[in-house]
Each structure stands twice: as C-alpha cells, then as structure tokens.
Write a protein that binds this ligand. Sequence first.
Ligand code: AMP
Ligand code: MG
Length: 426
Amino acid sequence: MPPRSVNSICPVITVAEHLNRILAMVPVLEVEKAGLPEARGRFLASPVTAAIPVPPWTNSAMDGYAVRFDDLAGASQQSPVTLRVVGDLPAGTGEDPAIGPGEAVRIMTGAPVPAAADTVIPQEMTDGGLEEVRIEEQLPRGRHIRREGEDRAQGDQVSPAGIELSPESLAAMASAGIGEVIVARRPRVAVISTGDELVAPGEPVLRGRIPDSNGLLVTMLAADAGALAEADHAGDGPGQLEAALGRNGGCDALVLTGGVSVGAFDPVKALFEGDESVRFDRVAMQPGKPQAFGRLGESGPLVFGLPGNPVSAWVSFQMFVRPALRKMQGAARLFPEAVPARATEDWKTPQGRMQVIPVRISDENERKVLPAATGGSGSHLIASLAAADGYALVEPEVEKIKAGDLVPTVRLRDPEQFNHPQRRQP
Ligand code: AMP
Ligand code: MG
C-alpha cells in the first residue's frame, strides 16, 4: 500500500530554507502614483530628490531686525547703535527691500532676509522700536539666518527607494516641493480561516465551537504590513475551501489558517494533496511546524497555509508572510532588527527547532526579555499573546534559556502603545 501522503515522510526543513523558497517565488508588484497623505505606510518605489531647496530661500530664524553687520561695529550697552527702520517683513512676504547704511528692517521668523542684510538681531536684544531701533550688542555676521538649501539643496536626495513612508519622511518630501510619490501597489490579500468550529467574534460560543481570532489577527497584521486585506471563512466540509478560493482568486496572496496538518478533516491538506503547485513542509520551528506554500494554478495568487493555533499563525505570519508582503512592495528591508536581550527567567526550548516565542521586552538601561505567557509556550495561548511586545528567536541548537542569557529579540511595539493589565515586568 502506498503511504497516505508523501509529505508525512518528507524531511524537516529549516526556517531559512522555507523562507528562501517563499521569497524566490514572490513577485514585486507594479507601481502607482499616490498623493502624500495616501502614501503613508507604503513603500517608495524610486528615490525622491528635492524639487526646491530646503529652506527654499534664506530666511530669518527669529523675530527681530535684519541689519548690515558692519553697521553694528562696536555696539554695546555703553555705546548702543541706533538704526532707522525702513521696512516691516511678516512671514509670507515676498518683498526684498533695499537697506542702506544706518538702516534696518523689522522681520518676523520665516520671512525672507533682504539681500542687503546679513545678520538678524532678535527682538529681545533691542528696544523694539518701529521708527528707529536701538541695539546694544553686536552679533557675529550671519547669526539667526537660515540659509537657502542648508538642509537639502535642490536635487539632493530626500528619501531612498524602498523605505516605508512615515509621517516624518512625507513631511520632508512636502518641504522639498514634492506633492506625490511613486509607490508599489498595495498587495490584495484574502485571509481565509478554515474550520467548522469557528464562530465570528462576539457570536455565542456553544460547546465545541471557538471564536475565529485568526481571521481578525492575520487580516490586521497584513494591513499593518501594507496590504489591502479582507477576512473570509471556509468550513472543513468538501468543496467549502474551494469555494472560498474561487471567491478570492483575484488576490495577490491567500493566507489560509488551519487545516494544514494531518487531522482527518484538514481541508487545506486535503485540497492540495498531490498538487505540485502547493507544497507541504515540516519546518524546524516552534510553534508553526506544519507549513504550506505555493501558488494557486499557474499564475494565480500565492498561497500561504499557516497552522491554525493562533500563536502558530502569528509566528508564521511574522516569519514568512510579512517578509513576503514587504518584498511584493519593494521594501529595502524585509526583516525587523533583532536585538540581544537579557533573559530574566529560565525557559524551555525545543531540540533541533528554532523557537519563536512571544515575549515581554523592557528597554530600560539594557534590553530585558521573558516569555509573554506564564503557562509555558503553548501555541493555543492566544490571550497571552496580547501581552507580547515582540518575539525572541532561539536557535535550534540552544538547549534551554537560563536567566542571564542573551537572546535575540524583535520588538514590534513600544510599551506606551498599550498597557495590558496582566503584564509581568521582564
Ligand atoms: P487546525 O490547524 O485546523 O487543526 O487547528 C489547530 C487549532 O487551532 C485547533 O484547536 C483550532 O480550533 C484552532 N484554530 C484553527 N483556526 C482558528 C482560528 N481561525 N481562530 C482561532 N483558533 C483557530
Ligand atoms: Mg481545523
């Protein structure tokens, strides 16, 4: 009798092998134009250079008086200099009044400095006169003047390609005279939760049923990774998953949760078993060992089959789906930075599998870390996931973590972003 499944005898592959296979198949999407307000969180497709200098013209850094430095020679409390005020320049004016010897112009912060002036004397260092102004101090030539182009000259680079556009980078572009940018199209992602036991969040949970938390979780994580993501559901019965795939065939990626292991009713496994285009692997990772990945048909959407346990689905998303979505959008960096943190308690790790464990992280003085769940590393502990700031990556050969060990950690959120009541301090 042939084996029930070729995959049940297939060897375990490493996290890196699985990831590389995924990334090799992920296409980079086309690009489109977006206005700056719409571009937030999207990925810049080509470098942006300054269309105008920043600042666009030489302007005053203070409310005060634009003067000729030479007129203030020897000015002091004992021998103040008095200048005739020949103009008044509010912010927004385009005027460039002439200033002769012994003359000054009142000027407000941000107003263009007249070509004839070379120094600004702050209001507080004068008597504030409107006809004449008394100045008791000589400042160095050029003081309180912001030079045209001192931040960026016209044509200088403002942002490199591949960055995720932040409020700060978009504000920098706005200041450089840019009104729209070229960004990658957002990937369209359908998140399909599989399982007859699932009920929509908030619906009554009868015996045997559980709320579908993965749909919400993975859809939101995909949106955070730049995708236009929608949740769907397929029961375990014959034809139900196929119908859901049909409904979502126009997407760039389908992220399925559940049904990828060897259960009698696992629909993802059942549907793609023996199909070359979607491969089932056992990945040396804890949690998240069963993984499916491939393409629907010849040119259809990518298919990610993640295990159904919510912590496994979360870990699988972070390790495999998020980098893929970033690659689709042309991101320069696919992975977050992993920073060593000092473990504040012992925890168990699996032999021969990379452990990706949700953790609490504290960054006071030195980064410190402990597991987010108190009751061990169970992949079903979804409520404990709420206390995680990120995850730790423990290499397969590490036998156990002891308090004081250094462990690479990825922080996903800053502590001020939420305040979970049951949080323990690392
Ligand atoms: P499966 O991979 O389908 O065997 O599911 C593994 C475990 O994860 C089972 O306990 C499921 O009930 C649970 N599970 C599967 N899908 C979801 C989901 N969308 N939300 C919450 N739990 C799930
Ligand atoms: Mg299932």
